[in-house]
Ligand binder design. Structure first.
Ligand SMILES: CC(C)(COP(=O)(O)OP(=O)(O)OC[C@H]1O[C@@H](n2cnc3c(N)ncnc32)[C@H](O)[C@@H]1OP(=O)(O)O)[C@@H](O)C(=O)NCCC(=O)NCCS
Length: 159
């Protein structure tokens, strides 16, 4: 069984280890600690036998943002990202956020499908947003979820 828990800066090493399984380079524990010490930032950690997923969000002044989302390769295609996303949206609503935003690379088909299925809609395009190295840049789609119209049943509470 996979358990989702709200965690703070004390879990930065674990969050970083999961993040590095999904991104190269991943975010360091120091970067994650700094973010988690910032106003409105919260994280959820997914744990089965091992830590296997994480999401980091910010909810400030009525607006929430997914800062990053990562699922370790062995745990993929088991609805974990869907559950992390839904739980984070629930926490954002509890923090009085009315809408949730994120940026995703236009070539990240898995994440685009995930967010579209979760009810996010395309709200804009940031040209050349991601630096892939060697001068290659990729556009980002800005996506938005209306947390007021999305039903509460879709957003189970995290621990
Ligand atoms: C994107 C990512 C978070 C998805 O995690 P996951 O736990 O495997 O996703 P889920 O099992 O919850 O999938 C939910 C939906 O997302 C879509 N999806 C997920 N992975 C997909 C893939 N490889 N190809 C196509 N669609 C995919 C599907 O629509 C899926 O629903 P379905 O299984 O009913 O078809 C994971 O692949 C990952 O960590 N990737 C690297 C980091 C990243 O891109 N993070 C997001 C940045 S914005």
């Amino acid at each position: 069984m996979t358990r989702l828990s709200a965690v703070g800066p004390e879990a930065a090493d674990t969050l970083a280890a999961v993040h590095w399984q999904a991104f190269t380079p991943g975010w360091s524990a120091a970067e994650l600690t700094e973010l988690l010490d910032s106003p409105g930032v919260f994280a959820l950690l997914a744990q089965a036998e091992e830590p296997c997923g994480m999401i980091l969000c910010r909810a400030v002044a009525g607006e929430a943002e997914i800062l990053t989302l990562a699922v370790a390769p062995p745990a993929r295609r088991q609805d974990l990202a869907r559950d992390l996303d839904a739980a984070a949206a629930g926490l954002a609503r509890q923090a009085k956020a009315a809408e949730m935003f994120l940026e995703v690379a236009t070539d990240n088909i898995a994440a685009l499908r995930l967010y579209e299925q979760a009810g996010f809609q395309r709200a804009g395009l940031r040209r050349g947003y991601y630096d892939r190295g060697d001068g290659v840049r990729t556009d980002a789609v800005v996506m938005r979820l209306d947390l007021n119209t999305a039903g509460p049943a879709a957003y189970p509470k995290a621990d």
